[in-house]
Write a protein that binds this ligand. Structure first.
Ligand code: MTE
Ligand code: MO
Length: 381
């Protein structure tokens, strides 16, 4: 009687689509997507922002390493958009439990779910709109996305621990016992799960081509087409946006600092023993494209300045007046790798201004943001 008087008129939910079996079935996939997204996100993060003790040990191989971790991170994050929406729809009736708090334990459990939902929505949403380079917030995307990832990770663990008995009981159609659940799911649940799987498939198929070139033809929804851009490669930050002009690079010389500093003009650089590499640009916003580069090995430039490949790291400075990627640190493994180039040509033509003319860095297993364009100085450390 008491609850009849106090309780507002709450919606009543019945049916299989909001029950624990559906929540578990969708939750399994969401949990798997989150786990893969979290691990690949960590790898991507530390490749871009290594702590000082790790910077010189980061491996320059495999060549496609960053492409894989970043591509999988973005793909699982996009799949999680669908899975999270379905999961929230499945469980939202629980918002209306009455009374809202039964005990301290119940209050804590609801609080932890609130944190989990908030963190998951934050991660998926900020990641999604970072793909289109839209930052409608006052905080730094990278720092916030990284920090909240740990909150999401912790609250997923807590959630799985608290729900373990229910998850176990509903893990498969049969696990709840033959009486409670038939061996075959009823049509409504089957349809929901099939539609969810289908939606994940469509989202993946229409976006993954941005990083996985064999599927470039079906890449209809990703913000970047890997096929569009000058010299067969997209441009993330144009020369105009960076404030670099052709006039500004007349008389350009590469300055190399170190025990034996020197400077080289573009013709002098072209006259040095050259090297070529087929390497991708793997943008942290999610697209990756292979290209053919020619130029001078960074290790040769470093050696000439008195550095020791394998021991020396480098600081690379762009002509760009400001911007987060003007100065870049390159760890010793990258400096020593014979595929790490100061590139002068792209796909057989001199670099265009947008791709970093007169010279840019291209290195294996490295985030796009660290492939510094319009290089002006190289300091041996
Ligand atoms: N100096 C400088 N270099 C830069 C950038 C920048 O903003 N400034 N952007 C980076 C980013 S985010 C990417 S993905 C690659 C893209 O190279 P591309 O435009 O030649 O494809 O360049 C990198 N090099
Ligand atoms: Mo990028």
């Amino acid at each position: 009687m008491r609850s009849r008087i106090l309780a507002p008129r709450l919606p009543v939910f019945g049916g299989r689509l909001h029950d624990a079996r559906t929540a578990t079935a969708v939750g399994r996939w969401l949990g798997a997507a989150f786990a893969v997204c979290f691990v690949t996100g960590l790898v991507s993060h530390y490749l871009q922002h290594p702590p000082p003790w790790l910077a010189d040990a980061l491996p320059a191989r495999p060549v496609w390493g960053y492409r894989l971790t970043q591509g999988v991170h973005v793909a699982t994050g996009l799949a999680a958009v669908v899975l999270l929406l379905v999961k929230l729809w499945t469980v939202y009736p629980r918002l209306f439990v009455w009374p809202p708090v039964r005990s301290v334990r119940h209050a804590l459990e609801r609080l932890s779910v609130a944190v989990l939902v908030a963190a998951a929505v934050f991660e998926v949403f900020t990641g999604l709109i970072n793909n289109v380079q839209w930052y409608p917030w006052p905080f730094g995307f990278i720092q916030a996305h990284f920090a909240v990832a740990w909150i999401a990770f912790g609250s997923v663990l807590l959630h799985v621990a608290v729900k373990a008995p229910e998850i176990g009981a509903h893990w498969s159609r049969r696990s709840a016992g033959t009486a409670a659940l038939p061996a075959r799911d009823a049509a409504d649940r089957r349809s929901l799960l099939l539609a969810t799987g289908g939606a994940v498939g469509v989202v993946t198929l229409t976006t993954v081509g941005q990083a996985f070139t064999p599927l470039a033809a079906t890449d209809l929804l990703a913000p970047r087409s890997p096929r569009h851009g000058p010299q067969g490669l997209p441009v993330n930050r144009s020369a105009a946006a960076a404030g670099v002009t052709l006039r500004g690079v007349t008389g350009w010389r590469l300055e190399v600092g170190g025990p034996r500093p020197y400077a080289l003009t573009l013709p002098e650089l072209r006259g040095l023993p050259g090297a070529a590499a087929r390497l991708p640009i793997d943008c942290v916003e999610g697209w990756s494209v292979d290209a053919h580069w020619e130029g001078v090995r960074v290790r040769d430039l470093v050696e000439r300045a008195g550095g020791r490949p394998g021991r020396s790291a480098a600081r690379i400075v762009s002509l760009e007046a400001r911007g987060s990627y003007r100065v870049m640190h390159m760890g010793a493994e990258y400096v020593a790798d014979p595929l790490t180039l100061l590139a002068l040509t792209l796909n057989g033509e001199p670099l265009s201004l947008d791709h970093g003319h007169p010279a840019r860095i291209i290195a294996p297993n490295r985030p796009g943001v660290l492939q510094t364009k319009w290089v002006h100085r190289l300091e041996v450390l």
